[in-house]
Design a protein. Sequence first.
Length: 198
Amino acid sequence: MLQGKSGPSPVTLPVVAVGSNEETAFGGAREIVSRAPAALEAAGLKPRATSELFETPCFPVGYGPDFVNSVVLLESDLPPERILAVLHRVEAEFGRKRRQRWGPRTLDLDLIALGGVILPDAAELRRWMELPPEAQTREVPDRLILPHPRLQERAFVLIPMAQLVPEWRHPLTGMRVREMIEALPEAEKAAIRPISAG
């Protein structure tokens, strides 16, 4: 999906995970995720490439309907905090309200990675990566953490990400996208189903 593109190396670009699992006035989940790249471009974040759409089980199980997910690779000179602010603005345009951690959402846009950038620092990133599962439902970072601290656990992000930047390397663990996918349970990977075009 990146053939014929010039400019910065894909592995240095902002990676954004896109998801939806609510039927709204803006359409169903598939339509909303399909419309997200154009909405990002209208907001000043230029999509460089977009993965296929995938149907994925809701996480955690029981928190709502299944999701439609994809990943978008962006071109932007904005600092990470400004990119995040634009993502939140686009979410709001689609009616996103942050009422419940991991609850249903019209549009979820997560800044997953930005090349080798670590924010705010390696110690804080490691702390969030090692947070026990029960604490993850209660604690929310008060600042941007990069790369996303749950990235290595989420097949619904890694599998579409592998279509765009399979050679991206986690700046803390050194693992490439494909290596992180290989480390996941087979059942989790099998549950991520591509949505055929048309």
